[in-house]
Every structure is written in structure tokens, then in C-alpha cells.
Design a protein around this ligand. Structure first.
Ligand SMILES: [Zn+2]
Ligand SMILES: [Zn+2]
Length: 365
């Protein structure tokens, strides 16, 4: 074997070992009832609850196609089709066209009323189960007139603007005892609560008294008794109820990641803290926002971490509760250091590995 072949072999071995170690050691899948499942047993599924909508891409008003009825159910569930009893048909009718247009406005897409590629792509994304339009009253973009300056706020509230009353600023939270959550998982929620208390007079304290706590957090599967069943992997991820209900439910069937979602290696990995921060916004009275960077935007892709409040979230929550009296001002978060996506981390890791490999070779020879 000549020296070049030796070099190549060593580099390949080091790279393989590094990648293998990364995959096996940073795989902190979280399953609420079972503290440790070997990574090899974890399903790496790509099939989501709404994958069948893919085949509707390109569909337009006037057409009839199998699967349209299911899509109407989807729009009905999220508030875009109201007051309907009975079975939906597979006709792309006026009702669906209007729903699609409202949806497109809310998600900053061209309001064509057709199921173009970008619209279907958005529909397929995993999301919060709370409707975008509650009781027919429009929230997000579709219900708001654009201001002249284009500075219209995009945060929203539930109808009637329910909120925790002034005498209740120090809220307690507790976890569904049956889930037997680990300290690590509880810490994720503590961090998520802290992101809201930073900008408001609200405080959040964990209590072991589940029944008496203001906010109750639990992981559930499928139909769990509140009329809002979960749908398995992806699709709806979680939901929470407006004040003073205080209920935050998460889909037990998701692959929840509590540590490093980017390195999880699963295509259905959802970052627990990102979803928790969003749902806490609902517990406090915020509805959905059409600002894509906002925590209260309804969808989040797998493998993405988005935990920092956006200015839009801060403005919305401060309308309800005011600013944090112990805070350092009212200007809202600095928006330069967002922790949104992990695209660069993987590349940085690879560069690190290469440098290590080269260093080792130089040392050996
Ligand atoms: Zn939501
Ligand atoms: Zn529920």
C-alpha cells in the first residue's frame, strides 16, 4: 500500500467513526413513558398524517378529485370552512376555493384559490392543532386590512380576548402524573416558560399538585377526551386552550427531541421546546400569527428549532399583560441572534471533523 492509499484509508476510517459516533451519541429521542429506547428501535418514518394531500398539487376550482373531501376536513378543522355538518364531497367547489384563498393570505402566499405547489407544501407541514380562524372570526392576515405603512401587527387573540386576570400573575404548572416525565423533559418546559416571563410580569412555578395547578401539561395519543384527537406521526403536534382553561396537550406519537434536534437523524424529529414555547403562547391568550418568524406562526418543520420570541410575539403578549417590571426595558428582543435553524451546524461539525483528521494524520506521520 503506498502512502497516498494509506492517507485516504485513514481519512475514511476517521470520517466514518466520527459520523457514526455523532449519530449514536446525540440521539436523545424522548418518549414520555419509557426513559430509554435504543436508537435502533426508533422508527425513522417519513410518512406524515397529511402526505396524501401531495397528489392534489395543481388541483383547481371546478375539478373533482379523490382526496378533496379529506382536504375539506382539514380546512374545516383549522377554521377555514365553518358551520358544516355531513360529509364533504370531492368537488373543488366555491367553499373550498374561498378556504384556500383565506389560507393563502394567512400564510403569505399568492391568493390564487388553486392548490399550487407552494400552497400544498405549506399544507403538508406539521402544525399546531389550534384553528387559525376561531368561531368564524378571522385571525392572522385574512381578517386584517393592510395598513398604509404596511406595519400591521400580525399577532392575534382568541375571540373575546381571554387572558389571565390581573390578580393572577404568578401561575403554577404541573405535568400529567401518568407521563412520568424525566427531569430533562421538565427542564425543557421550564426553559420554554422563561421565554415568556422574560417579557411579561408573569411568573411560572412548577408544582407537584396536578389537580390544583393553573396550567396542566400532558402527552396523549389519539382521542384523549377533549374532542380534539391527535393524529399520530406529524400532522397536528400539540394544542392548548385559551385562558383560563390552562390545558397544554402534546401528541405522544411524535418523535420528540429534547436536546439537539438537528443531530437527531430522524426525519420526523420535532423539537420539544419549540412546540412548547408556541403552545404556552396559547395558554396565555395568543392566537396564531402570520409572521413566519413569530413563535405563534402555526407550522414548524421537523428538524427545526425555533424558540426565541419574535418582536411580533412580544408585542402581542405585552398588549395582554404589559412589560416585565424587572426587565431591562420594553424594546423587545434583539433580533440579531436568532436560534431558528440548524443548517450551518452540520457543516461546522464536518469542518471540525476534517480539521481533526488532518491534524491526526500530520501527527502520526
Ligand atoms: Zn398554535
Ligand atoms: Zn387535547
Amino acid at each position: 500500500m503506498n502512502i497516498h492509499n494509506k492517507f485516504t484509508t485513514i481519512i475514511i476510517i476517521i470520517l466514518t467513526l466520527s459520523i457514526f459516533t455523532t449519530l449514536t451519541t446525540s440521539f436523545p429521542h424522548f418518549f414520555p413513558n419509557i426513559s430509554s429506547i435504543p436508537p435502533s428501535l426508533i422508527p425513522n418514518t417519513t410518512s406524515g398524517a397529511w402526505d396524501s394531500f401531495n397528489k392534489l398539487s395543481g388541483c383547481r376550482p371546478g375539478q373533482k378529485l379523490e382526496g378533496i373531501a379529506k382536504l375539506k376536513n382539514y380546512f374545516h378543522y383549522f377554521g377555514y370552512i365553518g358551520n358544516f355538518t355531513g360529509n364533504f364531497t370531492d368537488d373543488f367547489d366555491d367553499v373550498l376555493e374561498s378556504a384556500v384563498k383565506n389560507y393563502q393570505r394567512n400564510f403569505n402566499l399568492n391568493a390564487t384559490g388553486e392548490l399550487d405547489e407552494s400552497t400544498v407544501k405549506q399544507i403538508l407541514k406539521p402544525r399546531c392543532g389550534v384553528p387559525d380562524i376561531v368561531n368564524g372570526s378571522s385571525t392572522m392576515n385574512s381578517g386584517k386590512a393592510a395598513s398604509i405603512e404596511g406595519t400591521v401587527a400580525h399577532y392575534s387573540f382568541f375571540p373575546g380576548r381571554p387572558q389571565w386576570p390581573p390578580r393572577r400573575r404568578n401561575l403554577t404548572y404541573a405535568f400529567e402524573p401518568q407521563n412520568q416525565l424525566s427531569t430533562d423533559v421538565k427542564l425543557v418546559f421550564a426553559n420554554a416558560f422563561a421565554r415568556w416571563s422574560e417579557w411579561t410580569p408573569l411568573t411560572f412555578t412548577e408544582t407537584s399538585n396536578y389537580r390544583a395547578s393553573d396550567l396542566k401539561i400532558g402527552f396523549y395519543s389519539g382521542d384523549h377526551g377533549d374532542g380534539e384527537p391527535f393524529d399520530g406521526v406529524l400532522g397536528t403536534l400539540a394544542h392548548a386552550f385559551a385562558p383560563p382553561a390552562g390545558l397544554l396537550h402534546l401528541d405522544i406519537d411524535e418523535t420528540w427531541i429534547i436536546n439537539d434536534v438537528m443531530a437527531s437523524g430522524s426525519s420526523s424529529a420535532m423539537d420539544l421546546e419549540s412546540v412548547a414555547v408556541h403552545e404556552i403562547g396559547h395558554l396565555l391568550g395568543l392566537g396564531h400569527s402570520s409572521v413566519e418568524n413569530a413563535i405563534m406562526f402555526p407550522t414548524i418543520s421537523s428538524g427545526v428549532r425555533k424558540v426565541e420570541l419574535d418582536r411580533d410575539d412580544v408585542e402581542g403578549i405585552q398588549v395582554l399583560y404589559g412589560t416585565n417590571p424587572d426587565g431591562n426595558g420594553t424594546t423587545g428582543p434583539s433580533f440579531g441572534e436568532r436560534e431558528v435553524n440548524g443548517g450551518t451546524r452540520g457543516i461546522l461539525g464536518l469542518v471540525q471533523v476534517l480539521f481533526l483528521a488532518i491534524g491526526l494524520i500530520l501527527y502520526v506521520f
